[in-house]
Design a protein around this ligand. Structure first.
Ligand SMILES: NC(=O)c1ccc[n+]([C@@H]2O[C@H](COP(=O)([O-])OP(=O)(O)OC[C@H]3O[C@@H](n4cnc5c(N)ncnc54)[C@H](OP(=O)(O)O)[C@@H]3O)[C@@H](O)[C@H]2O)c1
Length: 335
């Protein structure tokens, strides 16, 4: 089978190789991967700037979807022909992230999905939503589940509430989709006016161009008549985190997700206590949540925004496109 391997730090170390097609053992399923999608984490891992070291050679990417081709002994919940995706954390079934969770994620510590075939434990495999293409479903395990966990994981979003999403990448696109599904209103920021128009078409009611209004927290207060939003889905972190604390209403929620503005900064703790803000770190989610999300999506007509689909032979171009940052939503590889 054909497989991509990362053999060192840097995209020049991403190569297409041949490996033995795996055979599913007891409790495992063999999946013919049909599509995979890229996340910012995959880019950091490929460039060698991820916060954790990985072991080489590594099959990259956490997110993929495909068909079950064969199952090992004892597997009863999956059969050949099922359309499935793998869970980002294959051994994290329910509950809260623990110290070991981090060390067992696809495309990081464990081999990922950028391969014609992969073998996974049947317990880590979830059926893709009814009516979804493989390309669409390949965007679910990380970006979508992270947004779902943020909005419905601890303090579920209510209809009529307002969600602030930052930038127009995968997590923010899905946060917009889930907020709209739940009857909430979305305020979106971007550094690009073109992408903001796309975000409006996708369902954001209010937009803030941060290249013109860098004080986006002040803009949020103007839009919400000084109240602030109910929930901030913060993919920026670092230096801009205090803006999220200012943009949220008293008693609101801030989900700490991303590191696009850095991994540390001085936090205005007085704002957190003075406004009784709920600050919650999000680390993707567990298998139960992935199933719950897939069920919710299978019942509706909402679909993700896919910016580009690259053939398997052009995976490096897919990474370069993500690195360039001109995308809106997700970048996918078709196998
Ligand atoms: N905690 C978790 O479980 C989890 C899960 C998934 C992702 N993440 C993190 O969340 C972040 C977003 O991930 P993603 O996959 O959605 O990324 P992505 O698809 O690459 O999108 C990132 C978007 O953010 C905006 N952006 C990028 N750099 C920026 C900067 N320096 N300042 C302001 N805006 C910037 C850009 O939108 P505009 O061009 O429109 O401004 C860009 O398209 C990453 O840090 C990623 O590691 C965390």
């Amino acid at each position: 089978m054909k497989t991509y391997e990362l053999t060192g730090k840097g995209l020049e170390h991403l190569t297409l190789v041949s490996r033995e097609k795996p055979i599913p053992k007891k409790g495992e399923v063999l999946i013919r991967i049909r599509a995979a999608s890229l996340n910012y984490r995959d880019l950091m891992i490929a460039k060698g700037v991820y916060r954790r070291e990985v072991c080489y050679p590594l099959i990259p990417l956490s997110d993929g979807s495909g068909e079950v081709e064969a199952v090992g002994e004892g597997v009863s919940d999956c059969k050949a022909g099922d359309r499935v995706m793998g869970s980002f954390f294959p051994f994290f079934y329910d509950g809260l992230v623990g110290p070991e969770t981090d060390r067992r994620a696809l495309g990081g510590d464990l081999d990922g999905v950028l391969s014609e075939y992969i073998v996974l434990s049947s317990e880590s495999v979830v059926k893709i939503p009814a009516g979804w293409s493989f390309e669409e479903a390949s965007t679910l395990p990380c970006a979508a589940l992270t947004a779902w966990n943020a909005l419905y994981g601890a303090v579920p979003l209510l209809p009529g509430q307002t969600v602030l999403v930052l930038g127009t990448g995968g997590v923010s696109m899905y946060a917009t989709l889930f907020a709209r599904m739940g009857g909430a209103r979305v305020i979106a920021t971007s550094r690009s006016s073109g992408k903001l128009l796309k975000m409006k078409n996708f369902g954001a009611e209010e937009i803030i161009d941060t290249s013109r209004s860098p004080d986006w927290d002040a803009s949020v207060h103007e839009i919400t008549s000084g109240r602030g939003v109910d929930h901030v889905v913060d993919v920026l972190g670092g230096e801009s985190f205090n803006r999220s604390l200012r943009a949220v209403r008293a008693g609101g929620q801030v989900s700490v997700i991303g590191v696009l503005s850095g991994t540390s900064g001085l936090v205005d703790t007085a704002l957190i206590l003075g406004k009784a803000i709920g600050v919650r770190g999000i680390y993707v989610g567990n298998r139960r949540q992935l199933e719950e999300m897939a069920r919710a999506l299978g019942n509706g007509s909402h679909r993700p925004a896919i910016d580009a689909v690259f053939p398997f032979s052009e995976v490096r171009n897919a990474f370069t496109a993500l690195d360039k940052g001109d995308h809106f939503g997700k970048i996918v590889v078709r196998l």
